[in-house]
Design a protein around this ligand. Structure first.
Ligand code: ADP
Ligand code: MG
Length: 497
């Protein structure tokens, strides 16, 4: 059996009245990649801060490399080989890569004067450890988030680390950068370093870790080998709720198309796109970034114009010159980046939700009917199970998943015939993700025609009644979710069989 590098037992920690950790245990072996999972607020960061000596626990014990410690300072944690890469990466943006890498070492050696030759050698050595190619004289603020993270990792390696803890390291990375980070994590592992990888994203947990620990509300709810974990169990432990996602099938009699697109082309974006969409259908459009999927749905929402082809709504050809035209035709759109495009963050939750129907909620003098707003709001808060204490608080106080639901609420408050969702659950918690899926199905079953654009293949398979795969600006195949698989979809969208 591998030796345990870290063993914490029964850790409790309160902040004022909030008990962030209620007796949590965690054990990591030498050379193991361990995932600490849990939804936002479950206590992951607090546990890390206890392990790294930042917070003193109220109760519990910490054992590092077999040494039981009653108290642990941050310096002791570092001396024992524990390094944390925090969410903000704790690098100095206004210093160069070299300075970031070498400064600590020079200071730790209590050298009064910086020896630049030595600093450069230290820095060059550090980046070579993970084969990181970077200009040592570049200021860190000019690097991408992913590269800043690599600087922090290289710095951690200079300290003879035994355990590197990464607190949600992928939250600001692209898919490609995540892949690169995973390769680095594997190479650290091959040097015998243990990794505690903190995440609430299911795919990442499955891809990178061997063992996992899941926290919920500051308590352990599950731990074990990732091999024995499946998606459904993971979702259950994360949220405490059972989810059953079968594929969606409309139970209405097929009706005439609400939306009919014929030979739609936009030079450089997409070409020859044709499809029909009827009431109660959920059309899934999947494809890689750059496949033209976003440009296409932006045209359907009047953001851009096609060069040729036609769009019909309820059998009548329409021309949309603006988003306003699209909304007037009963088309709604939730963009993938809700934070910048979809919401007015400093404004209140209720204002964001009702902004599309303000006209309807005003009296003849143009004054807002507060009671009508409150009634509509409480209806949607209940219907969407939006976790909001008070709808008059700014929308930015909500979690990502709940913000996304507010965006939906806004569209639902107006009368729509077609709702287009682009990446509807990107970056949201699992619980909110399933809520949004359930809501989409319910809306469709009530007669709304929905288009979801997503590269989350399990999501497309679970939600769509029909799937169109897009590649290089064209629809290359139509599929039935019930008879296709994730790997088939992946092959079709990448063109790699
Ligand atoms: N320094 C602090 N002061 C007060 N409350 C805190 C502090 N740090 C964390 N909390 C609370 O403890 C709980 C767990 O937070 P955290 O450990 O950050 O969760 P996670 O990292 O899993 O999202 C939350 O309710 C949070 O508000
Ligand atoms: Mg956290």
């Amino acid at each position: 059996m591998a030796a345990s590098i870290l063993k914490v037992v029964g850790i409790a920690k309160s902040f004022g009245g909030v008990q962030a950790l209620k007796g949590v245990s965690l054990e990591i072996d030498a050379g193991e990649i361990h995932c600490l999972a849990g939804e936002n607020g479950s206590g992951k960061s607090t546990l890390i801060k206890v392990i790294s000596g930042v917070h003193e626990p109220d109760a519990g014990s910490i054992e590092i490399v077999g040494r039981r410690l009653s108290r642990l300072s941050p310096m002791e944690a570092i001396a024992l080989g524990i390094q944390v890469i925090y969410q903000d990466f704790s690098v100095f943006p206004n210093l160069s890569v070299m300075e970031n890498l070498a400064l600590n070492m020079e200071l730790m050696d209590k050298r009064a004067l910086m020896n630049w030759g030595r600093a450069r050698a230290i820095a060059a050595h550090a980046v070579s450890l993970i084969g990181f190619e970077v200009d040592l004289d570049e200021r860190v603020e000019n690097l991408s988030v992913a590269d800043r993270q690599l600087v922090a990792i290289c710095r951690a390696l200079l300290h003879d680390s035994k355990l590197i803890i990464m607190d949600e390291p992928t939250s600001a990375l692209t898919k490609k950068e995540v892949k690169a980070l995973f390769a680095v994590i594997k190479s650290l592992q091959s040097r015998g370093i243990s990794i505690l990888f903190v995440s609430h994203k299911l795919d990442e947990v499955f891809e990178i870790s061997e063992r996992f620990t899941i926290l919920r509300n500051g308590e352990n709810v599950a731990a074990g080998s990732t091999e024995e974990l499946d998606h459904r169990t993971f979702a259950f432990h994360m949220t405490g709720r059972e989810f059953a996602e079968a594929s969606y099938k409309s139970d209405r009699a097929p009706g005439p198309p609400v939306l009919s697109v014929k030979g739609l082309s936009q030079v450089g974006s997409y070409e020859g796109i044709s499809f029909d969409l009827a009431q109660g259908e959920i059309l899934g459009i999947t494809g890689l970034l750059g496949s033209g999927r976003t440009e296409l749905v932006e045209t359907l929402f009047g953001i851009s114009s096609p060069d040729s082809g036609s769009i019909e709504i309820a059998g009548r050809e329409v021309r949309m010159r603006s988003v306003k035209d699209a909304i007037a035709l009963g088309i709604g759109y939730v963009p993938s980046d809700r934070l910048t495009e979809g919401l007015f963050l400093p404004q209140s939750i209720e204002r964001n939700a009702v902004i599309g129907v303000l006209g309807r909620l005003c009296n003849s003098l143009g004054l807002l009917n507060r009671r009508a707003v409150a009634e509509l709001m409480s209806k949607w808060i209940a219907e969407l199970s939006i976790a909001a204490k008070d709808p008059s608080l700014p929308v930015k106080t909500l979690s990502g998943g709940n913000q996304q639901k507010v965006v939906l609420a806004r569209w639902l408050a107006s009368e729509l015939s077609v709702l287009i969702l682009n990446g509807p659950t990107m970056g949201v918690d699992i619980g909110a993700k399933y809520d949004i899926h359930a809501l989409m199905r319910e809306l469709a079953s009530k007669g709304l025609a929905i288009i979801i654009v997503s590269d989350d293949l399990p999501e497309v398979l679970a939600c769509a009644s029909r799937i169109l795969v897009m590649r290089d600006g064209a629809f290359i195949q139509e599929l039935e979710p019930a008879t296709t698989t994730e790997s088939r979809l992946g092959e079709l969208s990448t063109g790699v069989a």
